[in-house]
Design a protein around this ligand. Structure first.
Ligand code: OGA
Ligand code: MN
Length: 226
């Protein structure tokens, strides 16, 4: 099979207006679920990359926190990750779509998003990620979270759902959504206000987790990524 080009992985009829329902939902309730947002050919190419990274031993245990407080804690999360380097056609096509979404979010919500970072994530059977926020309150850098799922078929009894909770993180009864990780689905939510968790999965589970960041500077230094 010839190596796919970036353009061959994009949908032809995609216009920025397709993001309108997403933006409306983000404003109204803080999250949005979009089944079949990405083409199957792009998702298959991304899945193949994630599986190759795993086969090559290039995934690393995910940590909690950033910079000096980054630590691996297997009681909180058990996925393994690989950050995008943007070098392959599939990564470029995915990053192009995120850049388009970023432009749309900035134009419609004046969010001032300036950077996007993302990684592949593989959860092995038994893997989970306990309830958390992607951004700590008061240190606004991750503004909008985007998860893309790469699992061709997901059976109801495999677990591994993403659960989104209401703003009060202490109230575990306030479940806003239980989302199955099916190939092509995008889930977008506000990083600072929507606690969420990945339920234990029975089956290997692959996703791309990413964040749009706004510019924060601490003691004169621009907030570094990761
Ligand atoms: C994360 C995360 C959700 C998922 O990586 O921060 O919450 O469904 N991932 O993979
Ligand atoms: Mn998260």
């Amino acid at each position: 099979m010839p190596t796919p080009t970036k353009d061959s992985l994009m949908n032809e009829n995609d216009t920025p207006e397709r993001y309108a329902p997403l933006v409306d939902a983000l404003v109204a309730r803080g999250w949005y679920q979009w089944p079949r947002a990405l083409s199957t050919s792009l998702c298959q190419a991304l899945l193949a990359e994630a599986e190759q990274h795993e086969a090559d031993g290039h995934l690393e245990p995910a940590g909690v926190g950033r910079g000096v407080i980054h630590q691996v804690n297997a009681t909180i999360r058990r996925d393994e990750i690989k950050w995008f380097d943007g070098r392959t056609a599939a990564q470029k096509a995915y990053l192009d779509q995120m850049a388009e979404l970023q432009t749309y979010l900035n134009r419609s919500l004046f969010l001032g998003l300036f950077e996007y970072e993302c990684h592949f994530a593989r959860y092995q059977p038994g893997g989970f990620y306990k309830k958390h926020l992607d951004s700590f309150r008061g240190r606004a850098s991750r503004m909008v979270s985007v998860v893309c799922y790469l699992n061709p078929e997901w059976q109801a009894d495999w677990g591994g759902e993403l659960v989104i909770y209401g703003e009060n993180a202490e109230d575990s009864g306030d479940i806003r959504a239980v989302i199955t990780p099916e190939m092509g689905k995008l889930v977008v939510f506000m990083s600072e206000s929507m606690p969420h968790e990945v339920l234990p999965t029975q089956h290997p589970r692959t996703s791309i987790a990413g964040w749009f960041r706004c510019n924060t500077s601490v003691t004169g230094k621009i907030d570094p990524p990761k």
